[in-house]
Design a protein around this ligand. Structure first.
Ligand code: FES
Ligand code: FE2
Length: 465
């Protein structure tokens, strides 16, 4: 649910609950776990973003070997449902193959390699190749091999070739590498962060799914959402409350393949550094900015004299979630209700924490280094006493459309329009870069450095190569 969807009654609630006393909730322990990443400036040659050689190498070194999210469980809720998951020039069928079982197959017929599935499917009892008619059970075993007599000795190769699968938090992961480490090892402590936070992604449903083909490398698109430093320049409409935690600031914690952005600890308030935020003493201006108010719209909430804007935002969120999860919302500390916690899982998933609904995924577009697919999913909780709503279908933007053509993104569309205004020009700038390299800052761009350090490891590259 978007904030702007909040019924008027909820907003009234928010105003009332701003004054209502509540038992004190301790600061969340999971947010106190610190694992700082090394601090150093990193220089990277431009090739990895613009060279087709790198894009092809990524297929071999990363996409054929890494755990990656193929879909959400609710996209294939019934046995016999499947999706065609494509990554770079690879394609897989991800099948709900039995109760509580998901399998993945290379999308290629063992006969002469025609893709077995051209589209997603629902409720099927078999898969069938449209070329010579071989068919398989939904567990990938051969069902009917036409002219099998013509392949003496080939019986052991008639089944679909499997990729590994794993699940966490309602996500279905695949890994094409038969020797890959278990998904649990790859994720490391990441699930604990969400469990300790009481944010169970398996109890979310895909409320919104917007996908767009962008004219930039998948890493460039991803990097635009890996650090909040750009907010000050790219989203100048954001105005922050004076003397508050600076949203451009925070700390980064490294948990292997998972990196988390978290607020500074209450005991470690830092003075904002110059240039890190635009601040205002006008409470209404802060509130209007937070809710991305357009001048022709009424304020989302009116400034309450004597109540800090941040507190009003928190109470507004609390009222909104009370309508979904009931009074359990009172078990959550204020820090969880303000904004969201950035998080990224190598190589291409951003499942933001706390009550943020945001989950981004980035994929290359074939092996074209100049294009990619960016997806925005909003994963929302629903009232537990009701059945899970059906997953939103992916809304693919057509050529010439922008995120503004996806009204389901609500206020986020306005922000993405600004972000995506940069990425094409970054891609172009990399090709006319006199230095031949770019620089990443030691603090503000820590998650970008973290990604690239892992990228180099998987790709077998030297530092910055
Ligand atoms: S290519 Fe699939 S049956 Fe021949
Ligand atoms: Fe942004």
């Amino acid at each position: 649910m978007d904030r702007s969807d909040a019924p008027e009654a909820m907003r009234d609630n928010a105003r009332e609950s701003a004054q209502a006393p509540r038992p004190e909730v301790p600061y969340p322990e999971y947010l106190t776990i610190e694992s700082p990443y090394k601090q150093e400036v990193k220089r990277i040659k431009v090739d990895r973003w613009i060279s087709e050689d790198y894009a092809k190498r990524e297929v071999e070194q990363i996409w054929k070997r890494v755990w990656q999210v193929a879909c959400r469980e609710e996209e294939i809720p019934n046995v016999g449902d499947y999706i065609v998951y494509e990554i770079a020039n690879l394609s897989f069928i991800v099948m709900h193959s039995a109760q509580d079982e998901y399998r993945a197959y290379w999308n290629s017929c063992p006969h002469r390699a025609r893709k077995v599935a051209d589209f997603d499917g629902h409720g099927v009892s078999e898969l069938r190749c449209m070329y010579h008619g071989w068919s398989w059970n939904i567990d990938g075993s051969p069902k009917k091999i036409t002219c099998a007599w013509d392949f003496p000795g080939g019986e052991g190769e008639f089944g679909l070739v499997e990729a590994k699968t794993g699940r966490w938090g309602g996500f279905v992961f695949i890994n094409p590498d038969p020797n890959a480490e278990p998904l649990a090892d790859f994720l490391g402590t990441m699930p604990e962060h969400y469990e300790k936070a009481g944010h169970d992604f398996s109890k979310r449903w895909k409320q919104v799914h917007v996908a767009a083909v962008l004219d930039c490398n998948w890493k460039i698109a991803q990097e635009a959402f890996l650090e909040p430093w750009h907010v000050v320049t790219t989203h100048p409409q954001f105005v922050f409350e004076r003397n508050n935690d600076n949203p451009s600031d925070g700390r980064w914690d490294d948990f292997g393949n998972f990196m988390r952005g978290a607020p500074h600890l209450p005991t470690d308030r830092q003075e904002p550094k110059p240039g890190w935020a635009i601040t205002s003493d006008d409470d209404q201006e802060v509130l209007d900015s937070y809710y991305e108010r357009h001048l022709n719209m009424p304020p989302e909430i009116a400034a309450h004299p004597g109540v800090r804007p941040t507190q009003q935002i928190i109470e507004n969120a609390r009222a909104l979630y009370r309508g979904i999860i009931g009074d359990k919302i009172d078990d959550y500390h204020d820090v969880e209700l303000f904004g969201g916690h950035m998080a990224s899982l190598f190589p291409n998933l951003h499942p933001w924490g706390a009550f943020s609904h945001i989950c981004y995924r980035y994929r290359p577009y074939g092996t074209d280094p100049d294009r990619c697919i960016m997806e925005v999913m909003l994963l929302a909780a629903w009232p537990e006493d009701q059945p899970r709503p059906p997953a939103a279908k992916a809304h693919w933007l057509k050529p010439g459309e922008t995120v503004a053509d996806a009204p389901e993104l609500g206020q986020l569309a306005r922000i993405f329009t600004q972000d995506l205004g940069n990425v094409v020009h970054v891609q172009a700038g990399l090709k006319t870069n006199g230095l031949g390299h770019v620089m990443l800052a030691m603090h503000n761009e820590t998650p970008v450095r973290h990604f690239h350090d892992l990228y180099e490891k998987w790709m077998g590259l030297a530092d910055g190569e």
